[in-house]
Design a protein around this ligand. Sequence first.
Ligand SMILES: C[S@@+](CC[C@H](N)C(=O)[O-])C[C@H]1O[C@@H](n2cnc3c(N)ncnc32)[C@H](O)[C@@H]1O
Length: 1002
Amino acid sequence: MSEVIPFSLKDAPALIERLLPVQKLSAEAYKEQMAGSGKTLTALGSYWKGRKPLVLNKACILGCLLPATKDLRRDLEIFEKLMAMDDESFVVRWPRRPRPREILATLSMAPIRDFFTADRPSLLPETSPVDWTQPQLQSLKVDWREDVGEMERRRIEAQMLRFNETTYRERVEKAQRAEEVADTVHDHIWDGVNAHLGTQARSMTELVEQLGMMRFGRRARVADTFCGSGQIPFEAARLGCDVYASDLNPIACLLTWGALNIVGGGDAAREKLLKDQGALSLNVGTKIDDLGVETDGNGWVPRVFLHCTEVRCPQTGWMVPLLPTRLLSTSRSTIVEMVPDPTNKRYDLLVRSGVNAVELAGAKLGTIGREGKYGESFFSHCVNGTAHKTKISTLRGDYKGSDGTVTNRVRAWEKQDFKPRPDDVFQERLYCVQWMRRKPNGQGYSYEFRSVTEDDLRRESVIEEYLAGHLAEWQGKGWVPDMRIEVGGPPRYQGLDLIRARGWTHWHHVFTPRSLLIGGLIRQAITGNTALGLMALLNCNSKLSRWNAARDCVAETFDNQALNTLFNYASQSFAYGSRYFGDRFRTFPLTSRIALHAGPAIDQRNETDIYITDPPYGDAVKYEEILDFFVAWLRKNPPPEFANWVWDSRRSLAIKGEDEDFRRGMVGAYKQMTECMADNGLQVIMFTHQSGSIWADMANIVWASGLQVTAAWYVVTETDSPLREGSYVKGTVVLVLRKRRGIPKTTRDDLAWEIQEEVEKQVLALTGLNQAAKDLYRAENVFEDADIQMAGYAAALRVLTRYATIDGRDMTSEASRPRIKGEITFVDGLIKFAVDTANQCLVPQGISKSLWDRLSGAERFYLKLTDLESKGLKTLENYQNFAKAFKVREFRALMGSHKANAARLKTAAEFGRTEMSEGSELYTSVLRAVLYGLMELATDTDGNEVIAHLTFNVPNYYSDMTQRQAVVEISDYLAGKLEALRPAEASAARVLRDLVKNQRLG
Ligand SMILES: C[S@@+](CC[C@H](N)C(=O)[O-])C[C@H]1O[C@@H](n2cnc3c(N)ncnc32)[C@H](O)[C@@H]1O
């Protein structure tokens, strides 16, 4: 057995610098993202958006520790075993492992006795498949022989499950996530892993420890200074690395703390957690019982309270409840009926369950409507047969102030307010209570929706009186919020709607009196362990929490990021909300050293081997704004564990936006990391793939921070979100970096060659690995074209960012120079050049380089994607990636379908006569003229006429020979690529090619 030698891998390239199985990883990441509340850390706080999948984080960390050897194929195979992506791991990930009798009924094996035994050995047949219906075999018990190892068993079971007949995506869909079977999934891999790596590991943590030793001379220290919800540090610690995590925002730190100490806690921590939770439930439950506000006196306790706003109709003087719908529960056919009370000019609200389908359908209509999808809201009601409709803006009294901004006459609530005052425009009304009672057999609950009674209202006034007497004291002690709502920046102006639409000025205004009481009582009793339960409850217990009538549950405040006011909403009782203090976490005890710090990334001073970060780059989530909602509850007297953190959202220090401040913030943070990083250390930066200027931005930041790009990968992390219309693909770029060492110099002229060579080498390496891994991947590819494209860019950047001086200019200061809008800097020019060079190395087969160089981005896009379609690829992300690569603005105009997994280009016939005018990116292009010709030929237009139109559509047809050659080449290319896809169009392309070739020019 070989010995682990410290620093033996000190300068070895890391696996992630050479390869990453991005296609498989995308399937795994998607699986994890779609697991919803089943995700390992999500129960700690589902309000946190943009969690980086644990499986992706694991791949990045392992990819940094593992060496790339001369045998890339074997490296890939071993890496996939460690990621539980191999067939034998899938046996364990499968919903159920095949039983011996099932195996023998299916597979051909001989002699059976080499593998299996039976309770009556003499009856065991010699060979399989076995027909178990034979009478003497029906009750025979068969088992694996003890001396058949786990690896061998899994190999045979994998054959039985016929993994070779499915795609990886299909397999992943059906299987469990590797982390769900973490205890056993790797049992079969260690001999192979150790033989390849020279390690002596029998578990993941042992392997990680040994690889750390071999690379860094110690257990690897992994840091994430933008840790957010803790997904990266948690995975690093779970793998066995020492971890440093930090974030500016205390709510992010709280979530990370929970990940590391609650989900990552050992037995003792878990015992303490359960004790704290039990104590809290008892404490708060007793106080609620003493107040008598959660009982109907008949054994029922409330589950949910439904509230709405109510306004006085200016036309009739009636009080009208604002209800977007009167439907309360689909499954129980429950509605609320509005019964007019003319004497008091108001409506009684009557809750009825078990109504018929007509009534149920009618209840979808409430008192709120909207003029068109995005139009203004209004409310309407009917008095004596006359409908009265009033715009909400009229009700608020919206008007334009002297400075042009819209204001209104809604009263601004004051700090001591916790409910509307009698003359406020918007009143609040409880209109239904859902009750629950444990079933007599103790199994589950019975539920009832009921109208609001005098007793209910009495209980509400008990709460209001209690709050009136305690609010100031509680605010002083920090048990309920007293923090002002601060409005965020564009484009969302987070919080503005709360102030404008309801006059709420402080965070406690967004909670009902009952929620404030419950929240305040819990807040008094929380410990570090139970703080996250309070946050989770608050997320589903504010006036921004919708009632979900389809599923009878309260939605999250943060089910989107808009923080918009609602006309009706739901709140929970403590009896129901106390489940957040129940046993609800699966734990993964962490054993390595962990440090968590609340503070800006630039303050970090720890010596680090590997940084894995997911910075706030171009992120649509404005964490610093949305988390004020929670900060308001914890900022005064937080539990001792968090007492040293700065309890505000620290907006001024947050790195955000995309302008100069953002760049400066990022460079500051990454420079600091570079300084703290071991000389042979690695960095992985992940960012979402959104803005077209991403490469320029990132290259500038990296350069200015003293780092060098070594690889880049693109992993699809989400797709086809059911919450959005149409298809939606979101991916993450994984950028791998090292410290730039020395001050290497070059010139622009030399760069051209070097970049070209490097990109070509890269493309060859990946396409080569596709070939080499054929047996591992069967019909699939390790890398698709878009992955190779990405790697091509990375190769170009690898060359560029290797240099400290280019043409005598110091690149660190060039990259740090403030950018003037519209100006193309020296660095921009270099990056464009590098990216262009990379693109040119990716010309589809069948198009000459000279033609390719002359084509527009849109033409390249169409031709390249035709090539991919001819190979059977149809995922939307390819189109998006290449549209970005070729800088096609409106690539959707060229597409016949945008479906995530069934995307395709428009056919010539589908283009028809479109995309011919000046606004189109195909305007006056040869490709467009060819497609027009194909469309005409398909409708039997006479050849002469087709040529006449072609000569008109192709600029300089007669004067420029190369234009005609281009027509011939493109037609010929399409004829070949479309042969199997659209034979008629392929044949039209051949006709057009020949018509032009044989055209007599006078
Ligand atoms: C994209 S998120 C990280 C998400 C995280 N990887 C996860 O999976 O949940 C970026 C984080 O950067 C933090 N942040 C913004 N500016 C910062 C700064 N100057 N220093 C440290 N953290 C900062 C934000 O609070 C946010 O949590």
